[in-house]
Design a protein around this ligand. Structure first.
Ligand code: ANZ
Ligand code: ZN
Length: 862
């Protein structure tokens, strides 16, 4: 066996072996328990970053571990290949998005393969291929028939200079990213998926997902946002008269409403603006603002009075009607009854515009008029200043108010959802074509199923001036399926979240002639899904929705797609910077910096390698382009090999926690593998066959070492089950140390053999290449991935003797060693003879002896 550890050679050979033997090809087998291990598929952005490597290493360790414990494992891989970055790249270098995407896939596939992941590559898919996205189109048409897909107008960002729709991320501070022009909002017809029809089920079924992080379930729950409240009507005489409806979760505060506010797009606001140019200008300004909820929550509260009033439904008192930028048109009724004494937003607004504030709930902050605001004012409590409702608790008050409103036909209890239907139309080129045809005579007509897929031309090069499909005659021209006349294709494409909502189904049967076939029922649901927390809401919610839709169409028996979810922590690294004369920060990559540390290894100062001059240390942050603190995993793999990268990643932190990059840790991982190699090389000479437990009498120190190894194994098996791989790696290190200390006493050679076989199997999910190589080299067997998972030998755990403390009347007086199987009488006899204890017992009467097995003997004398 070679003396030196040559990672590259070992890894290439192992990978070639796996390829040749199709080791990781997954086969459906109803007689075996399956395990579907999935990681979130990558966007083919160009090259792997450290976050990818961590994500895929975690799932690979899980997949390999499950396989070694006997499961029939499927671990697939593919590409989330549609999306905006490909179009941006095309604009920058004139290459069609398809070329750029396929090139990136080829490069990144090579990178993934070099990491030795146990992936069934025969199931690889890319969402930009027609044989995948045709099923997006097919399902779209099925859902259109069922009314789950429908058309309505939606608001988009319009760049007036480029004459194109912008994605939200292309709008920076209200301006188009390329032109700098002020972005307008436009209403255009779009397709929606009625995810709200599934809101109740999507919420309720979160309870069936105990294998998901609590945090993710909470985020989903909040996103769905089921809210119990009351719809309250405020009669008015505006525009011929009517009732203004609001939604409130605090009907108990109705007596404290001092004004009513509507969203800028509300019909009453638009009516009021008709002969109020100032209000019209304000409404226009609101329209240009951001549309995201986060933006609305943080923006400055602004509003304007309409000059109208509405009538309080219970007291008849006139309340001023305002237009306010914090009221959303898309939620509830697009209007609020404002209670500044108990709602922070209303308080801020009232304070700013001098509107009255009337406390109506006794909270822990007291019953006075708030100023300044305290969180406690929003608490539930007993009604005060509320006439007949005084003294009622929250629920009783809501019930009473709702009943009184109902009697006047001005209210009822209502459930409101935050969840909106999913708008899937994108005015972009690089996505799944929406399978519709526009006919001047017949309107929008679905593409007949037999004409699917509608193939996206792959040679377009977007130039920023809108969707190139709009200028592509070959794509556009078609005949209307209904009247046979000349027609044009829809050029909108689908949101790429559609692509990622069901790719895990397709992996189970990538060559199926239908969307899915029976193989999906064998593999689904996914047993373990691994990915980033940034997908905690939309991707997971859409996938759950899509699964339920497929279930209703009879395509799957699965009710939920992902049984267990692991959200891996971020990879973080130190940041370094210099500030330019203009105050601009210039971020410097950690690779270009020399860090000096104090005697405890803590970084104290840093200099730029290039000029030896100091740089500022900016603290630890998530690896990102913007802070230039990314470390390229390829450099790491090239230098140390995949196994070192994998061991470092698994050893440095448990999967869910953030992992701090550090070069010393990488070198430590590499040293461990080199030590393992060197140790194995020594053993190779001895070359016995098999891996049986040592037989015959073992010298005491060998027996102790064996006990240590099996105790370590026992803990490592528990940790594996908890996916706590960092302690598994340390167990491997510990075993190597124990083996390294063994001399030549009786049984030592056999224990070396057994111990190394345990170590290699424990380590093989983490460092599969070296484990594969050494397993074969040392003659343990053909392929370690098919070796039986190590088991603890209970006999090895037994101790010959146990140490017991001896107490006399509860005071520690001595220590004894007795045979592990000694009975109570034997233990008592030894304890009573312990020389020091004897001094306290002599001359006394022994009244009682208490033996706590494994711990102590207490002699009670008097
Ligand atoms: C009066 C009130 C008094 C409210 C109070 C809160 C506290 P959730 O729980 O998220 O459903 N609201 C209703 N529609 C709105 C809209 N379109 N835009 C902005 N805010 C709106 O929130 C429900 C509460 O949010 C409602 O209860 C309403 O304010 C506000 F002490 O009504 B509340
Ligand atoms: Zn027609």
């Amino acid at each position: 066996m070679q003396e030196q550890y040559d990672a590259a050679g070992v890894e290439q050979a192992a990978q070639a072996y796996w390829d040749e033997h199709e080791t990781f090809k997954a086969r459906e087998d109803a007689t075996r328990e399956k395990f579907y291990c999935l990681s979130m598929f990558p966007y083919p952005s160009g090259r792997l970053h450290m976050g990818h490597v961590r994500n895929y290493t975690i799932s690979d360790v899980i997949a390999r571990y499950q396989r070694m414990t006997g499961k029939n494992v499927l671990q697939p891989m593919g590409w989330d290949a549609f999306g905006l970055p490909a179009e941006n790249a095309a604009m920058n270098n004139g290459v069609p998005p398809a070329r750029w995407t396929y090139d990136n896939i080829d490069y990144m596939r090579g990178q993934l393969k070099s990491l030795g992941f146990a992936i069934d590559w025969s199931r690889e898919l890319a969402t930009c291929k027609p044989d995948y996205y045709r099923w997006n189109q097919w399902l779209f048409l099925r859902l259109l028939e069922k009314g789950i897909v429908y058309q309505k107008t939606g608001t988009v960002n319009w760049d007036p200079v480029d004459q194109t729709v912008l994605a939200n991320e292309q709008v920076i501070d209200g301006r188009g990213w390329r032109t700098g022009a002020v972005v307008e909002k436009r209403e255009i017809p779009m397709y929606y998926m009625a995810i709200t029809q599934f809101a109740e089920e999507l919420l309720a079924d979160l309870d069936d997902l105990p294998g998901w992080p609590e945090q993710v379930r909470t985020m989903q729950k909040n996103w769905i946002g089921k809210s119990h409240g009351v719809r309250v009507g405020f009669p008015h005489a505006i525009d011929g008269g009517g009732v203004l409806w609001v939604f409130t979760t605090r009907a108990d505060t109705l007596m404290g409403a001092t004004y009513v506010a509507v969203a800028a797009e509300h019909p009453l606001a638009l009516h009021a603006a008709r002969d109020n140019p100032e209000l019209a200008a304000f409404i226009d300004e609101c329209r240009h603002g951001g549309t995201s909820e986060a933006e609305i929550a943080t923006q400055e509260k602004k509003g304007m009075a309409t000059g109208f009033t509405v009538e309080h439904p219970l007291t008849g008192e006139p309340l001023p009607l305002w237009v306010a930028n914090y009221v959303l048109m898309g939620y509830g009724e697009g209007a609020v009854m404002a209670v500044p004494a108990h709602d922070e937003r209303d308080f801020e607004f009232a304070h700013q515009y001098g509107l009255p504030i009337k406390p109506v709930v006794l909270t822990s902050a007291g019953g006075e008029t708030p100023a300044p605001w305290q969180a406690a004012y929003a608490e539930h409590g007993v009604c005060i200043n509320s006439g007949q409702y005084d003294g009622l608790e929250f629920e009783a008050a809501v019930d009473a108010v709702a009943a009184d409103l109902a009697a006047k036909d001005l209210g009822e209890k209502k459930v409101t959802w935050r969840l909106r239907d999913w708008g899937i139309s994108r005015q972009r080129y690089w996505g799944t074509p929406i399978p519709m045809i526009r006919c001047a005579a017949c309107g929008d007509v679905p593409v007949p199923e037999e004409q699917l897929p509608v193939v996206l031309p792959e040679d377009c090069v977007p130039d920023g001036s809108g969707n190139p499909l709009n200028r592509n005659e070959a794509f556009l021209a078609c005949t209307c399926p209904r009247c046979g006349g000349a027609a044009r294709r829809e050029t909108d494409t689908m949101d790429t979240f559609v692509d990622s909502s069901w790719y895990f189904f397709r992996y189970t049967c990538p060559d199926a002639a239908t969307m899915v076939d029976g193989r999906a029922d064998y593999w689904m649901p996914v047993d373990q899904y691994v990915g980033g927390i940034e997908h905690a809401i939309l991707h997971l919610l859409y996938s759950r929705f899509w699964t339920k839709v497929m279930r209703d169409l009879g395509l799957t028996q699965a009710n939920e797609p992902f049984h267990n979810l692991l959200t891996q922590g971020m990879v973080v690294a130190p940041t370094f910077l210099r500030e330019g004369a203009d105050g601009r920060k210039q971020w410097i990559n950690p690779a270009d910096v020399q860090v000096s540390t104090d005697d405890k290894g803590r970084p104290v100062a840093a200099t730029l390698k290039a000029d030896g001059q100091p740089v500022t240390m900016g603290g630890i942050e998530k690896m990102s382009k913007s802070k230039n603190n990314g470390v390229d995993p390829q450099a790491l793999i090239d230098r140390y090999g995949a196994d070192t990268a994998r061991v470092f990643m698994m050893f440095a932190a448990p999967p869910e926690q953030s992992l701090e990059w550090n070069d010393a840790g990488v070198e430590g991982a590499h040293r461990f593998l080199k030590r393992l190699w060197a140790y194995a090389a020594e053993q190779g000479e001895a070359g016995e066959a098999g891996e049986a437990a040592p037989a015959g009498d073992l010298a005491p120190e060998v027996q102790a070492a064996r006990r240590e190894i099996h105790e370590t194994l026992r803990q490592a098996l528990i940790d594996f089950g908890k996916y706590q791989f960092n302690t598994v790696v340390s167990a491997c290190m510990k075993i190597l140390n124990t083996l390294g200390r063994l001399g030549d006493a009786a049984g030592a050679a056999a224990l070396r053999r057994e111990g190394l076989s345990i170590l290699l199997r424990l380590l093989s999910p983490v460092a599969p290449h070296i484990a594969h190589h050494l397993w074969r080299e040392l003659g343990y067997g053909e392929d370690i991935v098919d070796a039986p998972w190590p088991v603890v030998d209970e006999a090895a755990l037994a101790r010959d003797t146990v140490e017991l403390a001896v107490q006399v009347n509860g005071k520690l007086r001595g220590q004894i060693a007795v045979p592990a199987d000694a009975d109570k009488a034997a233990i008592e006899a030894v304890a009573l003879a312990e020389p020091n204890a004897v001094r306290f017992i002599d001359g006394m009467t022994v009244r009682k002896i208490i033996v706590v097995p494994g711990r102590l003997v207490n002699v009670v004398v008097g």
